[in-house]
Every structure is written in C-alpha cells, then in structure tokens.
Design a protein around this ligand. Structure first.
Ligand SMILES: [Zn+2]
Ligand SMILES: [Zn+2]
Length: 214
C-alpha cells in the first residue's frame, strides 16, 4: 500500500490537527492496515476544506483536504497564513499594551462619551442653544494647553459643534454659563495653576473602565 513512505512526510497533518495531537496512531494503522476499523459515517461525509468535494481520507483521519496534492498544499498555506495573521495580531496587541498614547486616546474617547451622556438634553455650554446637530464634549481649558485637566469632569461639558469647532470653544460665553453651572470657586480652581499630571498605563486603563458607557 506504500503507507510507510506516505507517513514519512505529511506536513499538513502537524499543522491542521485541531486537537494538537500528533497522529501517533497513524503508524500503527499503517502497519495494521488490515485491522483498521471500518470508517465511521462522519469520515465518509468529510468535505475537502479547499475544493469542497466529499472525500474518503487516504492518509489520516485528521486529513482536512481531499487526497489531491493541490488541495493539501493550498490547505497547508492557509493554515500558515492564519497562524501568521494571529501572530501579528498578538504582537500588535502586545505593543499596544505598552503604548501610553494609545491608552490616553482610548481613555479620552470614553471620557468624552461619558460627558455627552451626562449632559444629554442640556443646551450647549457656550451658546445656550439646544440643537439637533452633533454634540461634542468641549473642554473649557483645552486639552492641548492643559492636558492635566483632560479627564476633569468640571472642565468638560456638552457643546454644539459650531462652538466647539468654529468658535474655538466660544470661551467667553462658555465661562459665563460655566459659572452658572458649577459656581465661581470651581471655575477659579480650573483657571488656577495645576501640577502636571502624568498617567501610568494602569491609571489610564482604570479611567477607561470608569467612564465606559454601557
Ligand atoms: Zn480537495
Ligand atoms: Zn454652541
């Protein structure tokens, strides 16, 4: 039957075996081919992963493709590509874990969403309009100039997009309405000096969790 030589090189078996077990029984089956048990119904209805044709496995019960070499080679490549993709994905994830700017961005996204949720239905903090358009989370002290206040709830309020984008925050009116909303002490505190704030990745992850809106 030529089984011994066929067993010598079967790279597709090692990579396509989902159970992670090597086909240790294959050799025995080869030697004891006469005693090989009758194929189960499942084996008989196996479909080739590549050409989708039904096939009867000739080499192993772990065989994923029909007995055509082209299908076997194509399947081997597919398995390799998949492993490569998963490895790159894991590497990306691992490097992202250590990337502080990634976590700052993520925490800011969650924080801003939380602010919009908190201020739902409130008028724009600057122009006082309740309008149908996009609502932004507008920082009173800008994130660029005052990064230490980027996650401060007193410093961020719902704002219409014209005020946020076109009027540089419409800050004079922002202040007038902010005084009404949070009081002079809080506004003056925001305007006062602040120590620079350095976040660890761990702190940023906690902020992501804290502000995540379900
Ligand atoms: Zn096939
Ligand atoms: Zn506005």
């Amino acid at each position: 039957m030529g089984c011994a030589s066929e067993h010598a090189s079967r790279p597709w078996l090692e990579e396509s075996d989902p159970s992670g077990e090597r086909d240790t029984t294959g050799k025995d089956q080869g030697v004891l081919s006469e005693k090989r048990p009758a194929r189960t119904a499942k084996q008989e209805t196996m479909k080739c992963k590549i050409c989708k044709e039904k096939f009867e496995a000739k080499f192993s019960s772990f065989q994923k493709t029909c007995n055509s070499v082209d299908c076997m080679v194509a399947w081997g490549q597919k398995v390799k590509d998949k492993a490569y993709k998963s490895e790159t994905r894991q590497m990306k994830k691992a490097s992202r874990e250590q990337d502080k700017s990634y976590w700052i961005k993520k925490a800011q996204t969650e924080f801003n969403r939380w602010i919009r949720e908190r201020d739902k239905g409130l008028p724009c903090i600057s122009c006082g309009r309740i309008h149908q358009g996009q609502i932004h989370a507008g920082h009173y002290k800008s994130v660029g100039a005052h990064p230490e206040l980027r996650f401060n709830e007193l410093n961020c309020h719902a704002q219409c997009s014209p005020c946020n984008n076109n009027l540089s925050g419409n800050i004079i009116n922002y202040r007038i309405n902010l005084l009404q909303k949070i009081g002079i002490d809080a506004v003056e505190w925001l305007e006062g000096p602040h120590l620079p704030q350095k976040y660890t990745i761990d702190q940023l992850k906690k902020l992501v969790g804290k502000y995540k809106v379900e």
